[in-house]
Design a protein around this ligand. Sequence first.
Ligand code: ZN
Length: 117
Amino acid sequence: MLRAYNYQCAICGYDLKYDSISIGLEAAHVKWKQYGGPCIVNDGLALCLLHHSAFDMRAIGLDSYLKMKISSGVNGHQMVEKLFWDFEGKNILLPRIKEDYLHDRFVEWHLREVFRK
Ligand SMILES: [Zn+2]
């Protein structure tokens, strides 16, 4: 999963390593496991802790073209501008291998059931 995304956050490209160990990077479910989301690369994203948390907390989402959506509830100062609003409408980083791409149905589920405009 993390390998598919080259050990980088799919949103911001964060890729801190300590020697060869990634720090602060997680595999995120797009369709949640408790709602039947499978543990496969096509239902996952590599996200930094911050973007993973915001993604699960409904603050950010993806449209069907895999462009970033930011909830109107997201607010804060400079760092929030940089880490969230600057990515609005931008494409996420995609895996190198096409078979690893997110499946539309999981992206649609997250947009419908999780993301709040
Ligand atoms: Zn990130």
